[in-house]
Structure formats: C-alpha cells, structure tokens
Design a protein around this ligand. Sequence first.
Ligand SMILES: *[C@@H]1O[C@H](CO)[C@@H](O)[C@H](O)[C@H]1NC(C)=O
Ligand SMILES: *[C@@H]1O[C@H](CO)[C@@H](O)[C@H](O)[C@H]1NC(C)=O
Ligand SMILES: *[C@@H]1O[C@H](CO)[C@@H](O)[C@H](O)[C@H]1NC(C)=O
Ligand SMILES: *[C@@H]1O[C@H](CO)[C@@H](O)[C@H](O)[C@H]1NC(C)=O
Length: 171
Amino acid sequence: MVQPIAIILLAVAIATGLAVGSSSIINATCAALKPLQPYDYCVGVLSADPVAAAATDVRGVAAAAVNITTVKAASTLRVISYLVDELTTCRRYYTNMVKSLVDVLIDFDAGRFKNASLEISANATGVPMDCDILLFEGNAHKDPITQENGENDLLARLASAIIDLLISKHV
Ligand SMILES: *[C@@H]1O[C@H](CO)[C@@H](O)[C@H](O)[C@H]1NC(C)=O
Ligand SMILES: *[C@@H]1O[C@H](CO)[C@@H](O)[C@H](O)[C@H]1NC(C)=O
Ligand SMILES: *[C@@H]1O[C@H](CO)[C@@H](O)[C@H](O)[C@H]1NC(C)=O
Ligand SMILES: *[C@@H]1O[C@H](CO)[C@@H](O)[C@H](O)[C@H]1NC(C)=O
C-alpha cells in the first residue's frame, strides 16, 4: 500500500510549508493585540505574506500589514472599476429595454399586436440575458443583479408568449 504513505508525506510537507511562514515576532505581535484583534486571523494573514514573515521587529510587521492592506484595496478598486464599466453597459441595455416596452404597449394599445410582438422579441426579451452574460464573462467576476436579470428574463418571455397567443387567436 503506497497510498497512505504518500498521504502522510504530503501532510508532513504541508505542515512544514506552513511552519516556514510562522515567526515569533508575528506571534508576539498578534498576542499583544488580543483580544480586540482575533489571534488566529492576525497570525494567519501575516504568516501568509513573505515580507511579514521575514520581518524581524514590530515595525517591519506593521509596514507589511499596511502593504497587505494596500494590495487588497487596489485589487478591490480594480473589481469596482470593472463592475462600474460592466453595469454601465447593462444600464444602457435596460434603458433600451424600457423604451422598447413603452413602444410595445403603444403598439399593443393601438391593436398592432404583430408590431408589439416583433418589437418585444427584437428589443426586449434578450436584454436580461445579454446583461447577465456580460457580467458572467466580464472582468469583475461579480454579478450583483443576477436575480433581477433572471426575473426580467422570465417576465419578458411570458409577456411575449401571451402576445403571441393573442395573435394566434386573432389570425
Ligand atoms: C506561532 O504560533 C503558531 C500558532 O499560532 C505556532 O504553530 C507556531 O509554531 C508559532 N511560531 C513560532 C516561531 O513561535
Ligand atoms: C508589498 O507587497 C507586494 C506584493 O505582495 C510586494 O511585491 C512588495 O515587495 C511589498 N512591499 C513591501 C514594502 O512590503
Ligand atoms: C407595424 O408593422 C408593419 C409591418 O411590419 C409596418 O409596416 C408598420 O410600419 C408598423 N407600424 C408601426 C407603428 O411600427
Ligand atoms: C428595435 O429598436 C430599434 C431602435 O429603437 C428600432 O429601430 C427597431 O425598429 C426595433 N425593432 C422592432 C422589431 O421594432
């Protein structure tokens, strides 16, 4: 049986790898911050950073902590910027969808059911999924409006289907 031995060796390798990041100055710093700063979080986040792990005094740990925070904030800023761009495109999509639905209703009220049907399927029903796909494939890797996109998709398809039902009864 080779497998259990391999697993044990792997576990030892992982434990050794973790121990490399731990340092007594990080431990002492985090111990001094108890209980306001959770000890495990403090040790974990600092030990994962090579600069913090190599620090030899509290000043070095503090500088590394600021740097870790800077890197994280810059990363979040990038996500927000992508999201703003992607949501701006979705805003344009939905602006057109709402305009189109107003036109659908105008056609509908005037009895131009076929025009209403063409307009809703050409300019409204695809919009929610276009927005959803844009966010899914986008750089932000976040979709804060996936639920709304799903609800709009279902509603637009339902409205379109009912208009088509009406047309088939009239023709
Ligand atoms: C630091 O503390 C962790 C547990 O929080 C421990 O596993 C590790 O051995 C400690 N390292 C040093 C260098 O004291
Ligand atoms: C800050 O973090 C980045 C990325 O981990 C690293 O390349 C850089 O050397 C760090 N600078 C300092 C001053 O810790
Ligand atoms: C309605 O559709 C017909 C045929 O496609 C077209 O000729 C007409 O201009 C449309 N009317 C409106 C108000 O869009
Ligand atoms: C879809 O919208 C565009 C732009 O408003 C318009 O020109 C076009 O006639 C619409 N399509 C249908 C089928 O009504």
